[in-house]
Design a protein around this ligand. Structure first.
Ligand code: 5GP
Length: 183
């Protein structure tokens, strides 16, 4: 029997999902983070198997063929996906599994796991978010352009989420996420 809970955290690139997720992980040891597979290049400081499983496009497509993903999507030109094995392993342990994934993946999860909580993190100020993304030095100008083009589309999906949280103050936003998880 699957006893745990799936918590999906989505929101545009640069909105601070990662910080909220780190705070949730520190809050309670019953929370754990789903490590996704991706075909994007490893960033400086990222560790394979900790930040992502880094796949080649061929490997990723083989896994799609073999139905090994609970969800997957193409985001800014690269594949990202959550492995079924990750979800099953953590739910059996009774964990609250945090999935920091894009909106396409969020909806696939809700379809497969209707009890999953879908939480969308919004920026307090859209133009400020876009400026911050433009100034990011972890991405190439081309990658930044692709991410910027996703922002409006992603925000337009917020209305389909169970809970929307504005990340104005990260402590308050984390508390709001916790409240949504336990409600
Ligand atoms: P980044 O390249 O900045 O790490 O992630 C880019 C986007 O891909 C973010 O919105 C992130 O939430 C999303 N993402 C990360 N892992 C997954 C995944 O397993 N599935 C889906 N659908 N999106 C993911």
């Amino acid at each position: 029997m699957l006893e745990g809970k799936l918590i999906v955290i989505s929101g545009p690139s640069g909105v601070g999902k990662g910080t909220i997720v780190r705070k949730l992980l520190a809050h309670d040891e019953n929370f754990c983070l789903s490590i996704s597979a991706t075909t994007r290049k490893k960033r400086l400081g990222e560790v394979a198997g900790k930040d992502y499983y880094f796949f080649t496009k061929a490997q990723f497509e083989e896994f799609i063929e073999e139905n090994k993903f609970a969800e997957y999507a193409k985001y800014a030109g690269h594949y990202y996906g959550t492995l079924c094995s990750t979800i099953n392993r953590e739910l059996i342990k009774g964990k609250y599994l945090l999935l920091e994934i894009d909106v396409q993946g969020a909806f696939q999860i809700k379809e497969k796991y209707p009890d999953a909580k879908l939480i969308f993190v919004l920026p307090p100020n859209l133009s400020e978010l876009k400026n911050r993304l433009t100034d990011r030095n972890t991405e190439t100008p081309e990658a930044i352009k692709k991410r910027l083009s996703q922002v409006d589309r992603e925000i337009s999906c917020a209305k389909y989420f169970d809970t929307k949280v504005v990340n104005d103050d990260v402590e308050l936003a984390t508390l709001a996420v916790l409240e949504a998880i336990y409600s």
